[in-house]
Design a binder for this molecule. Structure first.
Ligand SMILES: C[S@@+](CC[C@H](N)C(=O)[O-])C[C@H]1O[C@@H](n2cnc3c(N)ncnc32)[C@H](O)[C@@H]1O
Length: 254
């Protein structure tokens, strides 16, 4: 990639999972003085409301099957905007470096000679379960947690996830982007040694006012999703920590 003369700097900013109160102080201050903000589809309206009203706002949102801007196009846009403006914010849901392609964008910008800084955000895989009353680790229940993509395919985050190794190696499993593949994932985890009775929770739009939860087991959850017409975006939590929802779930986080 050709080197460029950048006037400004790009900030890869984590928006958190949706509740505006979970935006970092550093992130909020940047949004308030940004010249340009290029944001993803999952960033909540309450966070977008923090953006400097004078700033140029561009939706680079990507949802399953709806790529409003391809990755290369987004990177080219960031480079272009950094040549024209001082503060360019690339606003991503959750944390930019957790299934957010933040590392790829940062690498491209560095190679192009554009100054870039990452500002972490709270990832959905911790915050959504927390608001549902599910700690991802808990003494006596789970001392390990794995964050994994359920969106496995050639060209995606991971060509093939080793669900058997994950079933054996981690007491809590938090799955991002897994709703579409849930029949495959729940079968693979059971083939990998987990009991059909293993609890699983799905949390949709976690930390937002419209948060919804579905609790079941590896054996039942696929039918429950169909019956409830439960839709993405959601994280799935697998493991005994889900049992804590009964005690910790009432009004937690909200
Ligand atoms: C491309 S990944 C981005 C993850 C993000 N970088 C993060 O750290 O949370 C998108 C997936 O994150 C999960 N996700 C993001 N926001 C969510 C929310 N508020 N509630 C539940 N799941 C969410 C869903 O699994 C969704 O399909």
């Amino acid at each position: 990639m050709a080197q460029t003369t950048a006037l400004g700097k790009v900030y890869l900013l984590g928006a958190g999972p949706g509740d505006p109160g979970l935006m970092t102080l550093k992130g909020k201050a940047l949004l308030e003085c940004a010249d340009v903000v290029i944001y993803d589809a999952l960033v909540s309206p309450a966070i977008l409301a923090m953006i400097n009203p004078e700033a140029e706002q561009i939706n680079a949102g990507k949802r399953r099957g709806r790529h409003s801007k391809a990755q290369d196009e987004t990177t080219a846009l960031l480079i272009e905007k950094a040549q024209e403006h001082a503060i360019v914010v690339r606003l991503k849901g959750g944390d930019p470096f957790v299934f957010g392609r933040g590392g790829e964008e940062m690498g491209d910008l560095r190679r192009a000679g554009v100054p870039v800084e990452v500002i972490p955000g709270i990832t959905a895989g911790i915050a959504a379960p927390a608001y549902a009353g599910i700690p991802v680790t808990h003494r006596g229940y789970s001392c390990s947690v794995t964050f994994v993509t359920g969106h496995e395919a050639a060209g995606k985050y991971c060509p093939q996830v080793d669900w058997g190794a994950i079933a054996q190696g981690s007491e809590t499993i938090v799955i991002y982007m897994g709703l579409h593949n849930l029949p495959h994932i729940t079968t693979a985890l059971q083939t990998g040694g987990l009991s059909p009775d293993t609890p699983i929770a799905l949390i949709r739009w976690g930390t937002r006012p419209e948060q919804a939860e579905l609790i079941g087991t590896l054996a039942t959850i696929v039918a429950q999703v169909e019956a409830a017409q439960f839709e993405a975006p959601a994280v799935a939590v697998v493991g005994r920590v889900v049992e804590l929802q009964e005690v910790l779930g009432v009004g937690s986080g909200k």
